[in-house]
Structures are given as structure tokens and as C-alpha cells.
Write a protein that binds this ligand. Structure first.
Ligand code: FAD
Length: 496
């Protein structure tokens, strides 16, 4: 029997390694040729795999590390050396992956034993036994998970008497706020060698220099400690804020480590709860963070699992425009959008509100094909994997499906103005809807509501938005439509 570890299953204490005789890691290049992945994403995955190989060997495992074009090529070599071998694998969360891998193994005369994926706290069986309705409601799932895991609970009730502290999590920092420090993990020789090889071997999109992501378990643990010590407290109040020149604010930057398996979700949650118990972080920050990891991260995985393959092809609003060239990093005068895209280009990262209320909001209002946006997120972000990117982009980001959101997360420039300092320094006027210097978000927003009225007016929570639209007379609406058309043309031509 050989344990087969995929490149995002790197936790050295994973249960899949229990009593392992041998370990197999396959570094395949064909998948990376399919999209223009961010060089830091490819560098991160390959460097983390190579470091995991070395760490497992040091821990005494017999590790075979195969470099090949495809999994099939590497498995040919494996079964030539070990005919009829049984491979033990953690069930991968991406749709159809387990079946594809099983068929690769069985067609070479081997067998595949699948075990639970311990990068998540809630197994498919547990979720399916709990979930008996039609739609998916995050809040119900989150409360169930808090009780099930006994996290921030006082008997059957939430500690402090509140399940969430949303209203305290929407502040913007004062002008004299200094963002907490962000850790940098300088590449060692092996990582540098890997990054150089990626830069030479693959067609990529994004900045290859300045790599500072954790690539080992030890670095990921340092990143967790650093977050808990320096950024967890301000994380709560400022989690929805945006500040010019700041890509991280107080966000944890832990998604790449969690999704690679360098960190487990429970240890991350326990570290945050421990800070609250030590009075080192307030409840609204700790609960806010727990909600993201124990709630949203797990929830998205199951929504994805239960709604694929339809999910990836869905678009409730039938949008089909190509993503405008500013998403390639060509620049725009819109400060919020320019910053968010440059954060992705520079590091393969943007925080949640930039992803949702800037990058997805603009693409949605513009009418870009959500599937193309999903691809863009997929190749551009260091933490992107099909199971997590797809429900976030198609459900939360673009309302291509209503399986777990009752209304689109769209807004005019007003939201960006309220939650950031971008608008004061922007070339566009956030208070204007029409006219040459009017903030593009404004006309696009009203035009979007007008355009999708048939689908959206009746949906639960859109009444207020439509009551504002109803107050606009024909002349105003026609000026809005004209301005929206101009913005789309200019965006398409790279002149926004
Ligand atoms: P923090 O803000 O510090 O949050 C803590 C942790 O909570 C994250 O590390 C992550 O593990 C988890 N988390 C929070 N929100 C979500 C969520 N909605 N779904 C899943 N996990 C969540 N997350 C990814 O891991 N990969 C993606 O490819 C991805 N694509 C996204 C695309 C869009 C359009 C949107 C709106 C969100 C996306 N997210 C994705 C979710 C979330 O934005 C990122 O997990 C988060 O920004 C990562 O940064 P962080 O580690 O600093 O997170």
C-alpha cells in the first residue's frame, strides 16, 4: 500500500498518513499548461510539495517524488515499479476528481482506497444527514457547526448570547490608523529554484518577484501565530474595509495555507478562540474569524459538492460579455478597481471585500460572463481551487445562481465610498451618475437593475433597491442607459 498525497494535501499529521509504508507525490505539469496561472500560485504549490517531500523524508517516510507531464505518465512509472499496488488517497473535493483518479489507477492494474478529507471539519456524510431542505442557508449551517464542534459555546447557547457580531464588523479605520505588520516568508534556495523554473517553463499572468507566501508547515504555523498576535483584534471591525495602498489590512492571509493543507481548520480556529480566552482579542473579531473558517469555508465546499456540475455552467442572468482588458492589469482610472486588480497581479491575492464588492461587483454590473470571471479568479489567485473559487464567484460574487444567496451582492459607488478612502482620491466623481466624470459603478448599477428587472424585482430582498429605481423618470433612465453603454464601450476598449 502506498499513500498518494495530492499537491494540496500536505499536512504532515494528516490521518491519511497513519501507518503509511510509502508515500507518493506527483508533480505534474500538464494541468499548469492549461491556464495562464499566476506564477506565485504555481511556485507556491510546487515549492510546498517539494518542501513536504523533504520534511516527510526527514520524518522517516519512504517518499517517491515523481515529476511528469501528467498523472497518467507518473502512474505508469509507479505501477511498473509496483504492479498491482493499492493507493490510499484522501478524497479530493473537486468535482469528479476522485472518479478520474480511480480510473487512472484501475486502468493500470492498481486499486484506489479513498479516505475522508481531513482538511475540513464536516464530512459529506455529516452534511447530508443534517441538510434536509432544498436551499442552502449559511447561518443555519454555521450555528449547527458551532454546536457540533463546541466552538464559542456556553452549553447550547453562543458565548456572549450572540451568534454573530456583524454590526461591529463594518467599520472603517480612522485616517491615522497604521495597519498591523504583514509577515513575509522569504524564499529559501529550494523555493527560489522552483520559482525560477516556473518563470521559465510556464506561460503565466502576474508578477513573479516578491514572493512571500508560507511554503512549509513551520512557516504556515508562524503565519498563524503572527496573525493571532498582530491582526486578529483589528480583523473584526475592519474586515469589510478598504484602504488605498493596503492589500491585506487585518486579514489573516491564511487561505493559501489552509487550502494546501499546511494548516488544519481546527487548529486555526482554536488559536483564535484561545486569544479570546486570554483576553488578547475581542469576541467580535474572534467570532468573525471563526464564522469565516468554520462557517463559510466548510459551507462553500458542500454547496459546491451538492450543486455541481450544474453550478459551473449556471448564469441566472444570462450574461455573456468578455471580461474587459482591465482585468488583465492594463489599468483604469477607477482607483478601487485599479488597486484590486494590481493586488491580484502583484501577489495573487486580494481580500474578501475587494473580491466581492469591487472585482465581482464590477464584472457583474458590466455584464461579463460569470464563467469567464470564474476562470480569471481561478488562475489569478494563490488560494484558488475549483471547489472554493466556483461557488464564491458564481454564487456570492455574480449571482449566477441563487442556491445560497437571495439577492446579488451589487452596489453603486456609494458602498465603495462608505467602506474605503478610494473615492476621495479617484478621478471619477462618486456623487455623480451621469456625465463624463461620473463614477462608472453608479450608472452601471441602475442599468443592471433596470436590465434584469424581470428576474430580480420579485426576489426576496430587492424591494428597496427597486423602489429607488422606480423614482427615476424616463429622462433620467435614458441618460443612465446612455452612460452605462459609454462605460461598457470604454471598458471594452481599455479606456476606462
Ligand atoms: P480572511 O478574511 O482572513 O478569512 C479567514 C479565512 O476564512 C480564509 O483564509 C478562508 O479560509 C476562510 N473564508 C472566508 N470567507 C470564505 C469564503 N467565502 N469561502 C471560503 N472560505 C472563506 N477563498 C479561497 O480560499 N479561494 C478562492 O479561490 C476564493 N475565491 C473567492 C472569490 C470571490 C469572488 C469571493 C467573493 C471570495 C472568494 N474566496 C476564496 C473567499 C475569501 O474571499 C477568501 O478566502 C479570503 O479573502 C482569503 O483571504 P484571507 O486568508 O486573508 O481571509
Amino acid at each position: 500500500m502506498t499513500v498518494w498525497l495530492l499537491g494540496d494535501q500536505l499536512h504532515p499529521e494528516s490521518h491519511v498518513l497513519d501507518d503509511a509504508e510509502r508515500v507518493l507525490l506527483i508533480e505534474a505539469t500538464a494541468f499548469a499548461d492549461r491556464k495562464p496561472y499566476h506564477p506565485q500560485k504555481l511556485g507556491l504549490v510546487f515549492a510546498a510539495m517539494r518542501h513536504a517531500r523533504d520534511a516527510l523524508r526527514e520524518a522517516g517516510y519512504d517518499v517517491t517524488y515523481r515529476r511528469a507531464r501528467t498523472f497518467g505518465d507518473a502512474l505508469d512509472a509507479h505501477f511498473e515499479a509496483r504492479p498491482g499496488d493499492d493507493l490510499r488517497l484522501m478524497r479530493p473535493p473537486s468535482h469528479g476528481a476522485a472518479e478520474r483518479l480511480r480510473s487512472l489507477v484501475e486502468s493500470r492494474g492498481g486499486s484506489l482506497t479513498l479516505v475522508d478529507d481531513d482538511r475540513f471539519r464536516c464530512s459529506p456524510e455529516a452534511f447530508d444527514a443534517w441538510h434536509d431542505g432544498d436551499g442552502f442557508r449559511h447561518e443555519d449551517f454555521y450555528r449547527w457547526m458551532r454546536r457540533r464542534e463546541g466552538v464559542l459555546m456556553d452549553g447550547d447557547d453562543p458565548v456572549g448570547g450572540q451568534w454573530n457580531y456583524d454590526e461591529s464588523n463594518r467599520e472603517t479605520p480612522p485616517d491615522d490608523w497604521s495597519p498591523p505588520p504583514v509577515p513575509r516568508f522569504e524564499p529559501d534556495e529550494l523555493t527560489r529554484e522552483t520559482l525560477d523554473w516556473v518563470a521559465e517553463r510556464f506561460d503565466t499572468w502576474g508578477e513573479s518577484t516578491g514572493f512571500a507566501w508560507p511554503v512549509t508547515r513551520a512557516e504556515a504555523l508562524d503565519a498563524l501565530d503572527h496573525f493571532v498576535e498582530h491582526r486578529l483584534s483589528p480583523f473584526g471591525p475592519y474586515q469589510d474595509a478598504m484602504v488605498g495602498g493596503e492589500s491585506a489590512l487585518a486579514h489573516s492571509l491564511l487561505s493559501s495555507s489552509l487550502n494546501l493543507g499546511l494548516l488544519g481548520p481546527r487548529e486555526v480556529i482554536d488559536a483564535a478562540v484561545d486569544a479570546w480566552e486570554r483576553d488578547a482579542a475581542p469576541i467580535e473579531s474572534v467570532e468573525g474569524f471563526v464564522r469565516q473558517v468554520l462557517g463559510w469555508r466548510e459551507f462553500m465546499r458542500h454547496v459546491y459538492r451538492r450543486t455541481m456540475p450544474d453550478l459551473v455552467e449556471s448564469d441566472l442572468l444570462s450574461r455573456s460579455r468578455d471580461l474587459p482588458p482591465l482585468y488583465e492589469g492594463e489599468g483604469t482610472e477607477m482607483r478601487c478597481l485599479d488597486e484590486a486588480v494590481s493586488h491580484v497581479y502583484d501577489r495573487g491575492y486580494a481580500h474578501h471585500i475587494e473580491r466581492l464588492m469591487v472585482l465581482s461587483n464590477f464584472a457583474s454590473l458590466y455584464g461579463a460572463d460569470p464563467r469567464e470571471l470564474n476562470e480569471w479568479f481561478h488562475f489569478g489567485f494563490v488560494d484558488a481551487y475549483h471547489w472554493v473559487t466556483t461557488p464564491n464567484v458564481l454564487g456570492m460574487g455574480t449571482f449566477a445562481t441563487d442556491v445560497f444567496t437571495s439577492k446579488p451582492y451589487v452596489s453603486s459607488g456609494n458602498y465603495v465610498d462608505r467602506m474605503s478612502d478610494h473615492c476621495a482620491a479617484c478621478a471619477y466623481d462618486v456623487d455623480a451618475t451621469t456625465g463624463d466624470d461620473a463614477c462608472p459603478f453608479n450608472a452601471l448599477y441602475w442599468d443592471f437593475l433596470d436590465d434584469h428587472e424581470e428576474t430580480l424585482r420579485g426576489t426576496g430582498r430587492m424591494g428597496l433597491m427597486y423602489s429607488h429605481l422606480d423614482r427615476k423618470d424616463d429622462a433620467e433612465l435614458s441618460a443612465i442607459r446612455e452612460r452605462a453603454a459609454t462605460i461598457r464601450n470604454r471598458a471594452r476598449e481599455g479606456r476606462l
